[in-house]
Design a protein around this ligand. Sequence first.
Ligand SMILES: Cc1cc2nc3c(=O)[nH]c(=O)nc-3n(C[C@H](O)[C@H](O)[C@H](O)COP(=O)(O)OP(=O)(O)OC[C@H]3O[C@@H](n4cnc5c(N)ncnc54)[C@H](O)[C@@H]3O)c2cc1C
Length: 367
Amino acid sequence: MTPKTIAIIGAGPVGSYTAFLLSKQGFQVHLYDSKKTSQIGSPIQCTGLLTSEIKKFIPLKKEFLINTLSQLQVFSPNQNRITINKTEYLVNRKKFDQFILNLAIKKGTKFHPEHKLVEIQEKDAQTTLIFQHNSKKKTLSPDIIIGADGPNSLLYKYLNPFKKKQLFVGLQATIKGKFNPHTYQTFFGQHISPDFFAWLVPESKTKARIGVVSSENPLPYFNNHLKHLNIKPKDILEKQGGLIPLFDPKSKTKSKNIFVIGDAASHVKATTLGGILPGFKAAVNLTNHLTNQPPAFKNHQNLKRHLLIRKTLDKFSDRDYNKLINLTSQPQLQKILETHSRENPKKLLQKLLLKEPRLLSFSKYLF
Ligand SMILES: Cc1cc2nc3c(=O)[nH]c(=O)nc-3n(C[C@H](O)[C@H](O)[C@H](O)COP(=O)(O)OP(=O)(O)OC[C@H]3O[C@@H](n4cnc5c(N)ncnc54)[C@H](O)[C@@H]3O)c2cc1C
């Protein structure tokens, strides 16, 4: 039997990883991106922080790994802090994305740069994709279509014509200064960001990425963050920004031969807004689906739990954050935070609640 042809739109990390997995399974995979090959992964719109779970998916290579972090400090609005010993990895997104694209190409994926998907047509039960390529239009009717075309996905809009995706705006800068190279920091509070948080992630002793994410215009919060960290505009080396979708369990992510995945499907943890690992898990599950195997990850359930935590945090006042940081500063709770990954929020929450039932007081915000 001829292997099915698959068109994947978007050579971001999730599209390329899906292409790699499906090529390995013998499918004829065609990967399309509107960018030139050299532009894949740029402009950088990501901090590039990954938990150690990344090693389940790809080997950590020197060519894209910038720094290994060993400690997280979480600051409450009243400037108390907890320190959690945890290993996390910082990657250069351009090099990371290019690495995964090359993995896919080596496994047989045919890459088509400078192909922008501009229209999707449905005729006689057949789906046709229309691409813009060098001022010409190209049409294509593959057996399977996978949209990994990022937060503004055209394929997501096609599957959900009446749904508006909730998008947050992240603003980030690379700055020079003096930093503890292995400690990254997160900051909470109404003045930091009314609905999310701000961060400082060191690349080295002299360079760091700082940023803030918010549902509102993040610029005033970003400027406030700079001031708070005593960073002068002359210390900014580069500014970056990007959209981050909020997970919506009710949105449609498949229909007949069309699937959406990654940021296109809002596969993003609503707590930390990390999207690379949930996107990779979705890629594995989709590959299993297309090869008649059961899902390997409970991705949807996990993302729903992150969303539930987000809905609780949305109602937090500064006093609540102060109380939360205070309660979790107990050594037994810190141990739990150190030994359990945020990738599995159910287990983490169960352990924390068992040790500190006062944390249950925050559940009032669920109702
Ligand atoms: C400020 C910021 C910080 C972040 N920090 C982290 C972090 O530390 N850790 C983490 O895990 N996640 C982080 N994220 C989220 C992470 O960047 C995304 O979840 C991730 O990039 C999703 O990958 P993707 O492949 O689904 O989509 P994308 O990376 O958006 O890739 C989509 C690809 O599709 C292509 N494309 C789009 N439309 C079309 C079209 N019509 N035709 C053809 N090609 C098209 C684009 O050119 C692009 O190459 C951050 C995001 C932001 C904004």
